[in-house]
Design a protein around this ligand. Structure first.
Ligand SMILES: NC(=O)c1ccc[n+]([C@@H]2O[C@H](COP(=O)([O-])OP(=O)(O)OC[C@H]3O[C@@H](n4cnc5c(N)ncnc54)[C@H](O)[C@@H]3O)[C@@H](O)[C@H]2O)c1
Length: 451
């Protein structure tokens, strides 16, 4: 493929060399004359292991060159990759001026080009940027998105210091677009690399890098807070985290990584508090760990606020315990939501096959009695009857019988705290607590594609 790469810094230089090595003809574009000169001498613009050898070899083969002339670069290629910097402004916002300058350059060049062109953003950009870039290109070129050109997000995951090796060994390759054909063409550039190629919608692709990097920062900070507590107690924190990482079922795993409702139950809140108190008693500051409880409270508040949109309607709760398959109501966030709704004078009914008010004992009973003293008057033991009598169905646990009845329910509002099934997405009567209720947004298809 003939490719132009805008921006010859770390990301652009690696893309230029490695794409050429993979058999493509690649033209680099930069506003820095010195970088253009270096590429046209067969030298890289950055210091990275192996990139000098790749660049020298590919230059000799005539596969790489560089220019300041963006119009010439666009007109002689089928795909333009944008890899310019996206620094922070003084106030912490993303500064997209370099991206927008390139969008205008590409737009002006496309005005004179008759063939279809793909624009792939490799820089780290916030959701919505690809749409803005496409609009700018349309305005500058007079051309139409998805008729004359397509926009693709293809975020870069390499790390400086191991950039070439990372390029050839990506954990996954991510391609987002509303144009299936353009997405596939960009995905094909990486077909020879290991790791899954995931094709998804633009919003998902754009936000992914931020989610990844925020999580990496969270991991480091979490490990440091654990380390600080351990150090105060004479415990080897490295041994602790080494053992922590051995649990691939619950710790280092997809488990729990599902946006939804607050955590509850008898263990997580209690043990989190215990750990916080331990840190406090040793004068160790742990803002990351301390923030966890605040986030959990916010999620309960979010649920109440979401339900209050339907104030005056009859709420039917499907499940009250803190998770499916248990009658444990201790610290169940749904109990807090019900308590809050009742306090606001709302009408609530509850169906939970695991809960029998006469069998509740001990701390479980005490917890409910303190919050919903007249629980028995709210319980409805017939799910069909509850659905019939409710206006708003609130899904709190993932029991199969809930899905069976909800899949038939086309009229009553369904508020889902647990993403009980993707089958409900897209219905006009369906709202998820923290996910888009639309099917796929600007997806290429409803499902992500793994190539
Ligand atoms: N550096 C990394 O390790 C890394 C890793 C993954 C993602 N990213 C992301 O990739 C993007 C690029 O990062 P980088 O470190 O390569 O940036 P960089 O600052 O090293 O390079 C950016 C290049 O863009 C050029 N440029 C600016 N305006 C231009 C224009 N109008 N036309 C052509 N070229 C122009 C600059 O002269 C510079 O050479 C950023 O969004 C960054 O967040 C970086």
């Amino acid at each position: 493929m003939k490719i132009s790469v805008f921006g010859l810094g770390y990301v652009g230089c690696i893309s230029l060399g490695c794409l050429a090595k993979n058999g493509h003809k690649v033209i680099g574009v930069d506003i820095n004359e010195n970088k253009i000169k270096l590429i046209n001498q067969g030298r890289p613009t950055i210091i990275e292991k192996d990139i000098d050898l790749i660049m020298e070899e590919q230059f000799k083969l005539g596969n790489v060159s560089a220019t300041r002339d963006s119009a010439a670069a666009v007109s002689s290629t089928e795909l333009s990759i944008i890899a310019v910097g996206t620094p922070s402004t003084a106030r912490g916002h993303l500064d997209l001026k370099y991206i927008f300058n390139v969008a205008q350059d590409i737009g002006r060049a496309l005005a004179k080009k008759d063939t279809f062109h793909i624009v792939a953003i490799r820089s780290t950009v916030l959701p919505g940027t690809c749409d803005k870039v496409a609009k700018m290109i349309e305005e500058a070129s007079g051309k139409q998105r998805n008729k004359d050109f397509a926009i693709v997000d293809n975020p870069e995951f390499l790390r400086e210091g191991s950039a070439v090796s990372d390029y050839y060994n990506p954990p996954l390759t991510l391609v987002g677009s509303d144009n299936a054909d353009a997405a596939r063409q960009v995905a094909n550039l990486y077909a020879n690399l290991p790791g899954e190629i995931v094709i998804t919608d633009l919003g998902v692709a754009e936000i992914m890098k931020y989610v990844n990097n925020t999580y990496h920062a969270l991991k480091i900070s979490f490990a440091n807070e654990v380390g600080n507590i351990c150090a105060e107690m004479g415990i080897d924190s490295h041994r602790v985290m080494e053992i922590f990482c051995k649990d691939k079922q619950l710790n280092i795993s997809p488990y729990y990584f599902k946006p939804g409702f607050a955590y509850g139950g008898s263990c997580l809140p209690k043990d989190l508090k215990g750990f916080q108190t331990l840190a406090h008693d040793h004068y160790v500051s742990i803002p990351v760990i301390a923030g966890i409880g605040i986030t959990n409270e916010n999620q309960i508040l979010r649920a109440v606020q979401l339900l209050q949109r339907f104030s005056g309607k009859k709420y039917g709760f499907l499940g009250l315990s803190f998770k499916a398959g248990t009658d444990d109501l201790r610290n169940s966030p749904a109990v807090r939501v019900v308590e809050s709704l009742l306090g606001k004078g709302e009408q609530v009914m509850i169906y939970d096959k695991n809960i029998n008010e006469t069998l509740l004992t001990g701390t479980n009973k005490d917890y409910v009695d303190a919050r919903i003293p007249h629980l028995s008057s709210l319980l409805c033991h017939n799910i069909k009857k509850l659905v019939e009598l409710s206006d708003v169905l609130v899904v709190n646990t993932t029991e199969k019988e809930f899905m069976d009845i909800l899949s038939e329910e086309k009229h009553k509002t369904i508020v889902d705290f647990v993403r009980i099934s993707d089958c409900l997405l897209g219905r006009s009567n369906y709202i998820g607590i923290n996910w888009s209720s639309k099917v796929g947004g600007s997806h290429v298809s409803g499902e992500d594609t793994v190539v």
